[in-house]
Design a protein around this ligand. Structure first.
Ligand SMILES: Cc1ncc(C[n+]2csc(CCOP(=O)(O)OP(=O)(O)O)c2C)c(N)n1
Ligand SMILES: [Mg+2]
Length: 564
């Protein structure tokens, strides 16, 4: 058999449905109507679930949550008039390096430039949020373009991909051609390959690491993408090196591990920043060392001795000049370093680890009263602490941005290496739909989403989608009746203190999200005392329907900033 030479006459829609199935896609998130015939063929030929949802951006976020939870590309679709809404939803997976594949309807050569109803040229809008952005004009190209979409989304640093199919609804799927729905299934998940680093650069990096008195390993989302958490922790233990993470890499080491110092950067834990700023060497692994992770390149300061491991050679040294760079898969590279590591080397770092332990303990002491506060309305720190205590060990925790990202990034600790932590890369409202997508990808795992009220409002209509499709994720709403993160900035703009008029810019009417959820058919639980939260979470996790836990929190509570 010659691959690619087994064509038979078939419908584009049938070919596309077969290929999605062949690549292991289990769910597609869309707003109708696009590739209508393909959806019909999916129903006839595959067991792919076809979730039509309430907005294209939410569809993209669900695909993103699906992708980050499973490591498999998440697929979302929109017709031409919804294409830019979908593109907007690719911005977060683009920033997070998540493999999302977007299909849209597009222009027809015979009518473009003639004022076609609902049509603009959508392609440029996808350029900045995709690795591969292409038109599929001929049904004969379905197989190779779909293969390229999966190949591009999953290889190297993963990321979103866009295919625009001819016809406002992608009607070219109704045409027939000689086609072979050939799938290269190694590209059905991240990582398809594990590039080996060259030995000389491994040894050079290891030599710097072992020579350092006060090193810190800084692990990013690339460590999760590579599935390298075990090797990361083993190397840290072998050499006695504390591990900080980016927000995207928070689940690469449990927060309760003695060498874990927490999230560094802007949405971080103060003590992590203190430790990183005292380090004499940083080993960046699977992180671009971008602005969020380094608090705009101040933590660590530029000039700190650095080494870096990344699958993408172009990332090496981009933000911090390096003593040594290693180009390779994180899992393989860390394993190679571990194999060569001199375990006796750990002993000399006892004083450094004692200093780190003291900084960790000081942080805990400083925030102890907030973490255990019984105040009414509830303190968000206490809510995070309750989540640390009661979130199941196999849970996928999905967190929104803004204060949600700051509270959870800094105050929540993963207790188990089996927990996953997925976070918005900056877009408010991402978490709720992303949590639904994560639950679709991993129906047997608890999914606990943490969002503010402003975050939930964005895609609140998707409660109906969750109920209709039995997506039993648990969503915890830090409900303070406003977009609190904006408070500090508006206070400043108004001369230093809030006024009634300045509060108009960031506060909302008080809303009971539990009642709202119940009205749509989900389980709604209202929590007004911190002591009620564990029972509420247990009830929500056991419920065989989606659940919203509406936690009434203090509107005056502001998350601590990175460096105090
Ligand atoms: C798409 C988008 N628009 C605007 C913002 C700016 N922003 C960050 S946090 C925030 C308010 C968050 O409010 P909420 O979710 O209620 O959380 P809280 O700060 O009140 O805890 C806003 C508007 C953003 N991050 N993303
Ligand atoms: Mg709020």
């Amino acid at each position: 058999m010659m691959l690619g030479h087994n064509r038979k006459k078939m419908l584009g829609a049938a070919c596309l449905a077969d290929m999605l199935q062949g690549y292991g896609v289990t769910h597609v998130f869309h707003v109708p109507a696009v590739l209508r015939r393909t959806f019909a063929e999916m129903e006839r030929r595959t067991d792919i679930k076809r979730l039509h949802v309430h907005g294209e951006k939410a569809a993209a976020y669900m695909a993103d949550g699906y992708a980050r939870a499973s490591g498999k590309p998440g697929v979302c679709m929109a017709q031409v008039v919804g294409a830019l809404n979908l593109a907007a939803g690719l911005r977060d997976p683009w920033l997070a390096h998540a493999p999302v594949i977007a299909f849209t309807g597009g222009r027809t050569p015979s009518t473009k430039f003639r004022g076609v109803y609902q049509e603009v040229d959508d392609i440029p809008a996808f350029d900045n949020v995709t690795k591969f952005n292409a038109t599929v004009d001929d049904v004969g190209r379905f197989p190779d373009m779909v293969r390229q979409a999966f190949r591009s989304a999953t290889t190297g640093t993963p990321g979103p991909v866009h295919l625009q199919f001819r016809g406002n609804e992608g009607q070219c799927d109704t045409e027939e051609a000689e086609l072979e729905p050939l799938c290269e299934t190694q590209f059905s998940r991240v990582p398809p390959f594990r590039p080996e680093p060259d030995r000389a650069s491994v040894l050079a990096a290891l030599a710097y690491l072992q020579a350092a008195e006060r090193p810190v390993i800084l692990a990013g989302g690339g460590v999760r993408a590579s599935g390298a958490a075990v090797e990361l922790v083993e190397l840290a233990e072998a050499l006695g090196i504390p591990v900080a993470t980016s927000l995207n890499g928070k689940d690469t080491i449990p927060g309760t591990h003695p060498l874990s110092i927490g999230v560094v950067g802007s949405y971080s834990r103060e003590s992590a920043n203190q430790v990183v700023n005292r380090a004499d060497l940083i080993c960046f692994v699977g992180t671009t060392a971008g602005g969020m992770t380094t608090h705009f390149w101040t933590v660590p300061p530029i000039g700190t001795a650095s080494i870096q491991i990344d699958i993408d050679a172009e990332t090496l040294g981009r933000n911090y000049p390096l003593l040594a760079g290693v180009n390779g898969d994180a899992k393989v590279t860390l394993a190679r370093m571990l194999a060569e590591a001199d375990r006796a080397n750990a002993g000399k770092r006892k004083p450094w680890l004692e200093e780190v332990m003291t900084l960790r303990a000081n942080w805990r002491e400083k925030y102890k009263s907030a973490l255990t506060s019984d105040a009414i309305p509830i303190r968000p720190e206490r809510l995070c602490h309750e989540l640390t205590q009661h979130t199941p060990d196999d849970a996928i925790v999905v967190v929104d941005t803004g204060h949600a990202g700051m509270w959870m990034g800094g105050m929540y600790d993963l207790k188990s290496p089996n927990q996953r932590y997925l976070r918005s890369s900056g877009h408010l409202g991402w978490a709720f739909p992303a949590g639904l997508g994560a639950k679709c990808a991993c129906p047997d795992r608890p999914v606990v989403t943490f969002t503010g009220d402003a975050g939930l409002w964005y895609h609140i209509a998707e409660i109906e989608t969750a109920v209709r499709w039995n997506i039993n994720a648990v969503t915890v709403v830090n409900n303070n009746g406003g977009g609190n993160q904006s408070k500090r900035g508006f206070d400043r703009a108004y001369g230093g203190a809030p006024t009634e008029k300045s509060r108009e810019l960031w506060t909302f009417n008080k809303t009971n999200f539990a009642n709202l959820a119940e009205g749509i058919g989900a389980l709604g639980i209202r929590v007004e005392r911190a002591s009620e939260f564990p029972a509420a979470l247990a009830q929500a996790l056991a419920a065989k329907r989606p659940a919203i836990i509406d936690v009434v929190t203090d509107i005056e509570a502001l998350a601590p900033t990175a460096v105090n």
